[in-house]
Design a protein around this ligand. Structure first.
Ligand code: ARG
Length: 575
């Protein structure tokens, strides 16, 4: 497809300007006000080289450009040269591009040959997989897909929280009060129950804490019985998590969590010592980061056991050595900002210059609005809402809505899963990730708002138009036999312009770690499609006109499905 900015840059290029083509291209803007054209070139920077007023330069350029059939009009307003692209020319370029690229439209190769690790979800085993985890899980998955779409060689890691002294407590409690059956039945709830009970009983019986410490020490030393139990807890937890990942359509390439690094830490503790970075503080070993305003990073406790940051150091070096990443992205809540700052600083002080390629991508909190009828469960930390319950509720509420609407010819059981879960994912990716947000069913499942169901419905609408078209028309548009001069309306043109911008939005969203840029663009496309659909009669008698319009419908359907796929959401044909 024609790169219109490049086309314009070539048109403008002249040695006397003292600018390279790429520089010119970078200066081209897309005016917010359409009456200012489709692209605009500001001439301020040229004033010096040309020794003329910017306005005069713009006027001169406008007068001489314009021979190209791609431009309908070139004119200047003050110091800007405004380019109006010929609509039919532009539209047939866009439609052809999407038609030939199909599912890969929106993708690029900007990241070819570069390895990007995306670490996300990373729940703690034996703990509930709750609504709070949805953010890292869904944002991380979308980032993975965006990087993948940009041609990077991606690798997904679920850094499970499967290590720490709490496992000593859990094993002690399980042996005292637990049962195999209970554990198999509902592992997380059972394990959480043991853990809670441990804390209650330990208030009156401090010897429990000692037992837990001893048990953890055995586990660390690799004692078979303790390891066996820990493995069982891990496997059962993972099976529960995988059920949720399955519902969300999410997979990982590695589940190497904290425990994987337990035997890899001595090397770094030694290295920190050798580099004179460790100091003792009340028996613990710390890296003093006061001078950077980052407090102290605790590397080992007074009993010698390692800490969260220590494991993250080992994990980062392991990943660098084994995957040689170009970038390693950590999708973790902003509550852990300090942890990640400390960790990066320690890596830097250790001399690992590549720490700059490790990126913490933080996000805000999700909370529930009052009156949301989601099951909650009390734990030591408070009320817990299981993510699985949220997803199931979304599906059943969607099924209710669909039955109420009495939609015909649709397998409600199937489609309500795609729509309900899609709605939750979409909501998650709608806002700027750093913002806190309040989860509300009314917002999530509103079929008319800027929601997943709305976009999916738009996709189904486009599918339905195409189902009603006749074979000969479909065959013609598949060949690209269309006359775009029938797409002269503002609504058709606006839709094409949004479609045209998708590849650049995908690259920018990946660069900024901001999937919501794609979500918002997708809403714009869906709205533009619906405007086109309402403004225009599509299945008109005139064959050429009908085919031109149908091809824009087909292209829109492809693009909406592609965007949904980038977000990890399916695109039902009917709903
Ligand atoms: N398991 C941690 C938690 O649930 C998140 C892990 C984040 N990743 C990391 N490399 N520290 O809080």
């Amino acid at each position: 497809m024609t790169d219109f900015k490049e086309l314009i840059a070539n048109e403008l290029y002249d040695e006397s300007l003292g600018l390279e083509i790429d520089e010119i291209k970078g200066m081209i803007e897309i005016p917010a006000d359409e009456s200012m054209g489709d692209f605009a070139f500001p001439c301020f920077r040229l004033a010096k080289a040309l020794r003329k007023a910017p306005q005069q330069i713009a006027a001169d350029i406008a007068a001489s450009a314009g021979g190209n059939k791609a431009f309908a009009k070139v004119e200047n307003v003050n110091a800007y040269v405004n380019f109006f692209i010929d609509r039919a020319y532009f539209e047939s370029e866009v439609i052809n591009e999407v038609r030939t690229k199909g599912a890969s439209y929106g993708k690029s190769e900007v990241g070819a040959g570069k390895k990007v690790i995306v670490e996300y979800s990373s729940p703690n085993i034996a703990k509930p997989f709750h609504i709070g985890h949805i953010r890292s899980t869904v944002i991380g998955n979308a980032l993975y897909k965006l990087y993948d779409a940009c041609g990077y060689d991606t690798f997904r890691i679920n850094y499970l929280g499967d290590y720490g002294t709490q496992f000593g407590k859990m094993i002690v409690a399980y042996r005292k009060w637990g049962s195999e059956d209970e554990l198999k039945e509902e592992p997380i709830k059972a394990l959480l129950g043991y853990y809670t009970r441990f804390h209650k009983e330990a208030e009156n019986d401090p010897s429990l804490e000692d037992q837990a410490r001893e048990t953890f020490a055995k586990l660390e030393a690799g004692s078979p019985e303790e390891t066996e139990l820990w493995k069982k807890f891990r496997e059962l937890s993972l099976a529960e998590f995988n059920r949720v990942y399955g519902m969300l359509g999410i997979e990982f390439d590695s589940y190497n969590g904290e425990s994987f690094y337990s035997d890899k830490m001595p090397r770094f503790i030694q290295e920190l010592k050798d580099k004179k970075l460790l100091v003792e503080s009340q028996g613990a070993q710390i890296v003093d980061l006061e001078e950077y305003d980052l407090g102290a990073a605790m590397i080992t406790k007074s009993d010698g056991s390692s800490l969260y940051v220590t494991r993250d150091i080992a994990a980062a070096v392991y990943r660098k050595e084994n995957y040689n990443f170009y970038k390693c992205i950590y999708v973790v809540a902003s509550q852990q900002n300090l942890h990640f700052k400390q960790w990066k600083k320690v890596l830097e002080l250790m001399g690992y210059a590549w720490e700059e390629d490790c990126v913490h991508v933080p996000f805000g909190l999700v909370s529930l609005s009052d009156g949301d009828d989601i099951k909650t469960m009390s734990t030591r930390e408070g009320q817990v809402v299981f993510l699985e319950d949220v997803l199931n509720t979304a599906v059943s509420k969607t099924a209710d809505i669909m039955r109420e609407k009495n939609v015909q010819g649709v397998n409600v059981d199937e489609v309500s899963k795609e729509v309900g879960i899609g709605a939750v994912i979409f909501q998650e990716l709608s806002n700027n990730r750093i913002k806190d947000y309040v989860f509300s069913w009314d917002k999530v499942l509103n079929f008319d708002g800027e929601t997943g169901p709305y976009v999916q419905y738009t996709h189904a609408r486009a599918s339905s138009v195409l189902r009603n078209a006749d074979e000969a028309d479909l065959a013609a548009i598949a060949e690209g036999n269309i006359n775009a001069s029938y797409l002269a309306s503002d609504s058709a043109y606006a839709l094409c312009k949004l479609i045209y911008r998708l590849p650049e939005i995908v690259i920018e969203a990946a660069d900024k770690y901001e999937p919501s840029m794609v979500t918002r663009h997708l809403v714009d496309i869906a709205q533009a499609f619906n405007k086109f659909y309402h403004d225009e009669h599509i299945l008109v008698d005139d064959e050429e006109e009908r085919r031109a319009k149908l091809s824009l419908v087909a292209v829109s359907k492809t693009v909406i499905a592609n965007c949904l796929a980038l977000l990890g959401i399916s695109a039902p044909e009917r709903m």
